[in-house]
Design a protein around this ligand. Sequence first.
Ligand code: G4P
Length: 543
Amino acid sequence: PQAAPESPALTESGTTSSRDGAAVLTEARRRRSFAVISHPDAGKSTLTEALALHAKAIREAGRADGKAGGKRTVSDWMDMEQARGISITSASLQFTYRDAVINLVDTPGHADFSEDTYRVLSAVDAAVMLVDAAKGLEVQTMKLFAVCKHRGIPLITVINKWDRPGKDALELMDEIQERTGLVPTPLTWPVGIGGDFRGVLDRRTGEYTRFTRTAGGTTIAPEEHMGPEAALEREGDAWTTAVEEAELLEASGADHDLDSFLGGETTPVLFGSAVQNFGVHALLDVLVDVAPSPTPRETVAGDTRPVEAPFSAFVFKMQAGMDTAHRDRLAFARICSGVFERGMVVTSARTGRPFATKYAQQVFGRERTVVDEAFPGDVVGLVNAANLRVGDTLYLDKPVEYPALPTFAPEHFAVMRAKDVSRYKQFQRGVMQLGAEGVVQVLRSDLRGDQAPVLAAVGPMQFEVAEHRMATEFNAPVTLDRLPYEIALRTTQEWVSTLDAQLGVEVLQREDGELLALFPDRWRVTSVRNRLPDAVLEPLVAT
Ligand code: G4P
């Protein structure tokens, strides 16, 4: 296809981009790209809808994830998601707020899809830790927090569901400090205990923001702003208590400081109620005012690529079958430098081959829009991306490669076989694609042969996804037989036969070449370690 004359990117016609570095830098500085980390049910979908509502990206809350009707591109794949009521797919929502362009990179909520969530965290510059006021820090929140900490992602904390009875606000601050090691620096403080949420005290200005409930939280909650005297008159003791508690915080040094926030030592805290749209405005302001914009990214070569350098991006997610009519494969790429222009021909660092970005889309839930131009921090969905893989770097002009995305230690294993052996080709194609997308890890051994690969996953639901897609998308129905392993450790070639000979232990090779020794439980690991003290058995840690 002919490049549009007004599109000056390096297209198939060979011209180059007209955007200079300064223009790219200006755009990059406007970007805020973040993800929400939380435990299922803390209110992530509700908050996402509320953010979209506030940004006026969506007129009525409830449409963002299709929960409450609205336009849908239904596919079998989505049917499964809807039937289960969980979010399997993830993409990003972009909107402008004040002068900023905000990218909310959606993360799947279910614990089984945590591997996907971990990868999403490599595509953001900040995270919002959403905490249920009654439950405090829950298991999955802590796991995701650990990843943020490891990657140095600054964290904003939102205490949600303050409209319901919950823990004491000061107690929650203690819990955050003890369990995360971050010093909480509340920017707002609740007026009224959990269940009697009247508004918040803005600790920076001393002003009161009073909320008004709206029917079902489907419109932007009107806010009233007033000074301390008016607040006291209005709220009486609830205001006095809030002021006293805020003074306690001040005395203990819990004040926001930009450098310690960016350095991962402190976390600004906000109180809200996503379902009532309370505090959402404040969160948007905090994102714009304190969250970081994209910074130069480290490369495999050990240097960094400035955001104003020529275009580069990395694929952090692959998705297929979103639209049965098109049977497409989407590669979601986070832009790290330069400008992306529709029609650009970029190079994949892994294969050295060109990739023509004929269409790029922004995808959120079931809504897609075509992207003509995108900048560092943005996420684009590249169509027809069958040859791309999770972790691939794409670049224009100046070659670059970003470090591989972390893979996580699988805990569930199953053998997959084609029900109909005559569909072997379709079967192999499906297995390859699921592996490339990172839906499952594919393990093989000479012993098991190509007809019966072992699938490995962080959560068992990924097997159901694999089984469903093999039948509907690749026309190769399969059977899956669970294997009794729970632990995978990395080993080396010289130990393969010795380990294979141990009772209950099996060594398989992953597609990236890694050799994994599988064990049924930690007792077996200990006993093998005792018997073979020199054997290489290392944990598969995230990098
Ligand atoms: P998730 O994506 O993190 O899993 O959570 P989701 O937004 O689906 O919210 C989980 C439940 O918590 C929902 O109730 C939702 O309405 C409720 N919720 C979210 N934020 C708040 C809040 O600020 N206050 C209160 N009181 N509830 C909140 P549900 O009964 O499971 O679903 P629904 O019937 O409301 O749709």
